[in-house]
Design a protein around this ligand. Structure first.
Ligand code: SER
Length: 324
């Protein structure tokens, strides 16, 4: 008999996705039933005041297990990870945080016979030996970054726990996520968020990838919806488990700058590529997400125009209130 999701632990709850996902989960499952955890960064008042919060270290099984026991957790949403840019600067730490963290979460979930574990993956699983246009879901995975290596290993490890132990593990490959609440923490796609903040604050931005760089991106409301829809899908309808590509919007850095210019005509964007250009060049321009659409009905709502308008509305209001 499949167990129901009742008490959720979110790791990485202070991060870009975790901070908004935790609030959405609290809305759906009840505030006290969603326990937020982070490593060092202080939670926002919204996160801290809306339910339980703990500092933990995902690299320590005991540290995670203590909260699991205390709150009778039956589901773990494991968002804690080091991203691609930071990971290239410290590959060993990236391996430890991403792999030890995932292994600890999976072992605890198996030992406590949990209802579900969600471990996100990324666009970063792709790399060499694959077409970067309309990249298929199921294809060669030869990443060129340590972050990508940990995400491929993570997908394989999660699927292993499904096959070997019958644990319900799910995961989706996020594209670059664009949002206005919490800044991303050191990824290659961070320029697509920073450009909005700098456009509103300074009217100009220096982008760290070339203007013709195209990557798949997604606006946060779609990211939250994709995550919660996958969590809610009947297990029996899934053929894939930990490696669902989810498409949002693909655009070049220049197309994004041009869209912002429609609202802020004086906005200027310069391009000074750094080490992250090579990472961006190794990832898909566009990708195919047929399994997510077929197996759990995935469909994004936002396009470039609606996402840009929404981001600028939110950030302009905050700027006018002196809070940006
Ligand atoms: N946003 C991530 C990064 O750029 C990709 O998953 O590292």
């Amino acid at each position: 008999m499949k167990k129901e999701i009742q008490k959720i632990l979110v790791t990485g709850a202070v991060g870009q996705i975790g901070s908004e996902l935790t609030l959405a989960l609290r809305e759906k499952y009840g505030s006290d039933n969603v326990v937020a955890t982070g490593r060092k960064t202080e939670p926002s008042p919204a996160l801290r005041d809306s339910g339980p919060f703990y500092f933990i270290d995902v690299m320590s099984r005991e540290s995670v297990e203590e909260v699991v026991k205390k709150h009778d957790i039956d589901t773990i949403v494991h968002m804690a990870a080091l991203l691609s840019g930071v990971g290239e600067k410290n590959p060993e730490l990236c391996w430890k945080v991403n792999m030890d963290g995932t292994m600890n979460v999976l072992n605890i979930a198996r030992d406590y016979e949990m209802a579900q574990v969600l471990v996100p993956s990324s666009i970063a699983v792709f790399g060499k030996g694959v077409s970067l246009d309309n990249t298929p879901n199921d294809t060669v995975l030869k990443p060129t970054t340590m972050y990508g290596v940990t995400k491929v290993c993570g997908e394989l490890l999660c699927d292993y726990y499904v096959d070997k132990f019958g644990l319900d593990v799910r995961g989706l490959r996020y594209p670059g996520i664009i949002s206005a609440e919490t800044l991303p923490g050191g990824g290659t796609t961070d320029y697509a968020v920073a450009i909005f903040y700098d456009a509103v604050k300074y009217g100009k931005y220096t982008c760290f990838v070339r203007e013709d760089t195209m990557l798949p991106m997604m606006y946060m409301p779609d990211c939250i919806k994709a995550t919660m829809d996958l969590m809610a899908a009947p297990f029996d309808s899934l053929k894939h488990h930990s490696d669902f590509t989810v498409d949002g919007i693909s655009f070049t850095a220049k197309e994004l700058a041009d869209e912002i210019k429609k609202h802020l005509p004086h906005f200027e964007c310069a391009y000074e590529p750094d080490f992250r250009q090579a990472i961006a060049d190794s990832w898909p321009n566009t990708w195919d997400d047929t399994p997510a659409r077929e197996e759990w009905g995935w469909k994004p709502a936002y396009d470039l125009a609606s996402m840009t308008k929404d981001m600028l509305d939110i950030l302009s209001k905050r700027h006018a209130a002196g809070k940006l």
